[in-house]
Design a protein around this ligand. Structure first.
Ligand code: NCD
Ligand code: ZN
Ligand code: ZN
Length: 429
């Protein structure tokens, strides 16, 4: 669809560029920023009085289940959920069925992301065939097809030799490698964080070293290969320390943390509720404080949701039997704005940096700024009206969230992608 000519009136903008004024958008690009701009006849006017305008949020880690498990999510529903959450760019993981480990499947997926996505849907290609094998994909070919980077998310790369070769191949084509970090020999059959809470519930645990020991290996290999290594969903204090050390040593490493690892601990798991089951698991209080500290001091660069929708059937049952993962696109900004910004732990500008500007910069996406000449990807937020998190208002097919019913601030009024309004708030949402 053709993008509209838009005039956003009375915008209060918070981001790397902070100003009050009007924003003119022509053909998907911000063309003018000024005071009291007059409306041209071909322009749609969006009055942002009383609201806050942010650069569109960027989430570098989502699962859209398309193709293969479209009863959980589709590119269409997932990208609408993204728009509803204020996101204008997302990056989808390749743990779909079939795994797009050949050029034909990958091309089809890349085409579908553009056709069905209402926001920019970028795509990770797998690192190895079928995710579980040690046979590397065709990095050069896939990179030429326009993938965002490479990741086996859902599965850790178990063999060091495979990881080292994958990193060298990524470095050769200047593509990032995003790692799901998990040593399967240490994980065993764990379903939550190892520790007193797991013991009390009688559930098998996963230790912190399941993550941190493989991370230590990866950081060493990253230093040797020079790859841009991106650490997915960091959850432990040991991992934060390792990344801090690697950054100080000049390793090209970036890292993400999820809203749930910032906000919840294993002590929040009071019964056998699979909405608290995800991988990596909710960790201890000390770990949560460490990931918050890591985000605040820049060791962890960005927030990513790891939006992982499942059917009610797959998420039902018990902690032992249910699937790992929770949805996040439609709650991430509101939760972090409410719990961190309103409580005074960080500024709104810092949150925008962690959810838009830094992920864009780290991965060279043309996003994260509201300035003349930039793509018109932005979101208009109501930061003043409290509401309850209610899955009936969501576009995602997944309702698997431990945050349902919580009262939050930060409601998306409109999301604009390439100058087109792709979400606009209506009664009841
Ligand atoms: N995070 C999860 O618990 N689940 C993810 C896989 C992953 O991110 O590792 C999924 O695909 O459901
Ligand atoms: Zn993962
Ligand atoms: Zn994931």
């Amino acid at each position: 669809m053709r993008s509209q000519n838009l005039l956003i009136k009375n915008a209060h903008v918070v981001g790397p560029e902070t100003f009050n004024g009007d924003i003119r958008i022509h053909q998907g690009i911000i063309t003018t920023i000024g005071q009291d701009l007059s409306v041209s006849p071909d322009e749609t006017v969006l009055d942002a009085s009383g609201q806050t305008v942010l650069p569109g949020l960027v989430d570098v880690h989502v699962h859209f289940r398309d193709p293969g498990q479209t009863d959980k999510e589709t590119i269409s529903t997932g990208s609408r959920a993204a728009a509803h959450g204020g996101f204008t760019s997302v990056v989808a993981m390749p743990n779909v069925t079939p795994v797009p480990d050949n050029a034909a499947d990958l091309k089809a997926l890349l085409t579908k992301n553009v056709q069905d996505g209402v926001v920019h849907v970028h795509q990770y290609a797998p690192i190895t065939m079928a995710l579980h094998s040690n046979q590397l994909v065709d990095f050069e070919r896939f990179n030429q097809l326009g993938v965002f980077g490479f990741s086996n998310d859902g599965v850790g790369v178990q063999q060091a030799a495979t990881m080292k070769a994958a990193m060298a191949a990524c470095a050769a084509v200047d593509a990032p490698l995003a790692a799901h970090i998990e040593d399967e020999s240490l994980r065993g059959d764990g379903v939550m964080n190892a520790g007193p809470v797991a013991k009390g519930l009688g559930l098998p645990g996963m230790s912190n070293q399941t993550e941190s020991s493989q991370l230590a290996r990866d950081l060493d290999l990253a230093a040797a290969t020079g790859v841009h290594y991106h650490a997915c969903h960091i959850s432990t204090r040991q991992s934060v320390a390792l990344i801090r050390q690697a950054k100080a040593a000049g390793v090209h490493v970036t890292a993400e943390v999820t809203p749930h690892h910032l906000l919840l601990e294993d002590t929040d798991i009071i019964g056998d509720d699979p909405n608290f089951k995800m991988n990596p698991p909710l960790r201890s209080h000390a770990d949560r404080l460490a990931v918050i500290g890591g985000l605040l001091d820049g060791t962890l660069d960005m927030v990513a949701t790891d939006h992982a929708p499942h059917t009610i059937a797959d998420k039902g049952g018990t902690m032992k039997t249910a699937a790992f993962g929770i949805v996040g696109l439609e709650t991430a900004f509101a939760l972090l704005y409410s719990r961190f910004v309103r409580s005074g732990r960080m500024t709104l500008l810092e949150l925008v940096d962690k959810m838009s500007t830094t992920p864009a910069t780290a991965f060279k996406l043309p996003a994260g700024h509201i300035q003349i000449g930039a793509p018109a990807d932005l979101t208009v937020m109501n930061l003043e009206t409290p509401y309850q998190i209610n899955p009936n208002t969501w576009f995602s097919k997944g309702v698997n969230s431990p945050f349902i019913g919580e009262t939050v601030y930060g409601q998306t009024v409109a999301t604009i992608v390439s100058g087109k309004i792709v979400y606009q708030q209506k009664e009841g949402r």
